[in-house]
Design a protein around this ligand. Structure first.
Ligand SMILES: O=C/C=C/C(C(=O)O)=C(/O)C(=O)O
Ligand code: FE2
Length: 285
């Protein structure tokens, strides 16, 4: 069993690094933590970075999860290799570019590039964006899955994720007490389906709605409330068509092992308690 602790960052390739930075700062509300040749790093909480835009195409995309020790990382590499997932061990330069002490990269069964990372840097300094979006931190990713039942087994049997709820066959999975850190949504191809940041309060959702509208950013879902995590949410489209989500009030699961995953409809009523309908391909039947 590969023990993962949390989702820690996303890397996104873009052909327009300056445009992506503008969006991340002025719309999303992140803080630039560092600029390097061909890469910009963003903070959303005390961690050194939780998002990195790199110059390049979709092949640069990756989602990273923290693993507890160097021995666990070695064991994970052997397990993945044994299961037929070719594993790349991060070089010193690649580790430096990620602010981690070690990592391995492989593709999940759908072909999503995944990194398991050791000792990602934190800063001891809280984040503050120049735009006050009320962000409290990077919280979860949705990944596209070409076969959610198969991929759920990968995340829960090979790794230590636990299913909190399902929407249709789309599992929302946790590593700790937060309702979900990774969710798998059925789609015809792999890719990051959405990136979530938590915000402090309902007010932040509505202030952002006005800000997005004023800046002609496409709002694709919400405001609404997820019946799954009970979080209030707002989804919108960013650079290169990436979906971003703000949410507030995601529930925590403390009654392990009594919690039983619940089944929700893969239809608007399974996605939103308030009746909002998604304009997001992977959230449609
Ligand atoms: O309802 C659809 C999605 C649920 C998700 C998600 O987007 O992964 C949540 O964020 C949630 O339940 O909070
Ligand atoms: Fe989400």
């Amino acid at each position: 069993m590969i023990d993962l602790m949390d989702v820690v960052y996303c890397r996104l390739g873009t052909r327009d690094l300056a445009g992506a930075e503008w969006f991340a700062v002025n719309i999303l509300g992140l803080e630039v933590s560092e600029r390097r040749r061909g890469a910009v790093y963003f903070k959303s909480d005390a961690r050194a970075h939780t998002l990195c835009y790199v110059e390049g195409g979709a092949d640069q995309q990756a989602t990273a999860f923290e693993i507890g020790s160097a021995a666990d990382l070695d064991r994970a590499a052997a397990v993945l290799d044994g299961l037929g997932h070719p594993v790349h061990a991060g070089t010193a330069d690649e580790c430096d570019a990620r602010h981690v002490r070690g990592f391995i990269r492989f593709n999940d069964p759908s072909g999503n590039p995944i990194e398991f990372v050791l000792r990602p840097e934190t800063t001891g300094r809280r984040y503050h964006g120049t735009r006050d979006a009320g962000i409290t931190g990077f919280s979860h990713v949705g990944l596209c899955s070409t076969d959610p039942a198969r991929d759920e087994l990968f995340w829960t049997e090979v790794c230590n994720a636990r299913v909190s709820d399902r929407i249709g066959d789309a599992p929302l999975m946790r590593f700790g007490t937060i309702h979900h850190s990774v969710a798998l949504f059925p789609f015809h191809q792999p890719g990051i389906q959405h990136i979530n940041h938590q915000v402090q309060a309902t007010d932040d959702i509505h202030r952002s709605l006005a800000h997005l509208r004023a800046n002609q950013v496409p709002v694709t879902f919400g405001p609404g409330r997820h019946p799954t995590s009970s979080a209030q949410f707002l989804y919108f489209t960013g650079p290169d068509g990436m979906t971003f989500e703000y949410s507030t009030g995601v529930c925590e699961i403390h009654d392990e092992p009594l919690w039983r995953d619940r089944q929700f409809h893969f239809a608007p009523k399974g996605f939103c308690q308030w009746g909002s309908a998604p304009k997001i391909a992977a959230f449609k039947d």
